[in-house]
Design a protein. Sequence first.
Length: 268
Amino acid sequence: MSIHGRAVVCLWLAVGCSGPSDNSGPASTNRIEPSPQAVPARPTLLPATPPVSLEIDYRMRTEEGDDIVLKLTDQGARYGLAHGKVRVALRFGIDPTALASIYDTLRMESFDGIQTVQRPQPSPRGTSLRLTAGPARYSASDMGRNEPAPEWTAAYAHAVEAVETLRPTATGPVVVRIRWDESMAGQAVAVDLQVGDDLLGVHRQPGPLPNVDIHLARARTVDALVRFGSPATSTRHHIEAGRDLGVRIAHDPTTTAVTVTPLPAEPR
C-alpha cells in the first residue's frame, strides 16, 4: 500500500485535541446493527457488519484558519472547534443507528480503497476522514497537498457528506455562550463541555477567537473543564443552561492564571 495508492493507514493528528479516545457521551447499551446488506460498487475489505471497535474521525480546516474535529463512536461523540491554540470541545450522545448508517455509506463507497494524489498547489482548507474498524485504520483527505484521485472524488465526497450529517448545526430554545477575552489570543487553553443528549448546534461567532453559541434542547447543568498552560492546570465550572447566559474566559497577566466569569445579563 503506497502513500499515493490505497488509503493510508496512519495515526490521526488533530489540531487542538489529542490523547486517548473519550467515551464521555451517554454510554449506549445497544449494539450497532447493520442495515440490510448491499453490494459495494468496488471491492472492499470492510465487513458488512460494523465492528465493535468503530471510530470515525472527521476534520475540516476553513479558509479563516479554524479547525473543526468530529469524532464518532458508539459510546458518544466529540465535536471540537479550534483557532490556533484556543479550543472549545463538546461531548455528546449520538444514536447508534445513525453511526451504523454512516458506516454503511463508507463501506458502499469502498472507503478503504480510496486513492489519493498530490495536487500541484497545497490547499489552505479542506477535509480529511479516518476510519478505525477493529484493528484496521484507513484514511483519506482533500486537504493540504493531498486530494482524491479523479476516479475517487465522488466516493470521497459521499463519505464526507454522510459524516457531516452528524455535525451539530441546529438551533434550539436554550443557548450557552462561550466568549474569549482578547487577552486569550496566543494562549494555549481549552474548554471541554459535557452536554449529554441535549446538543443541537454549535454556532461560530465573528472574531479571531472561537466564540460560540451552543444550542441545547432543554435547560440543564453543563459541566465545563477549563485547561490552561503547560503542563496544563485545570479548573471545573458549572453552567446552568437556561438561567446563565454563559461565561467569559480571560487571561490575567499579573498572576498568569485564567479567569472564568459569568456573562452579565443582557440589557432589557
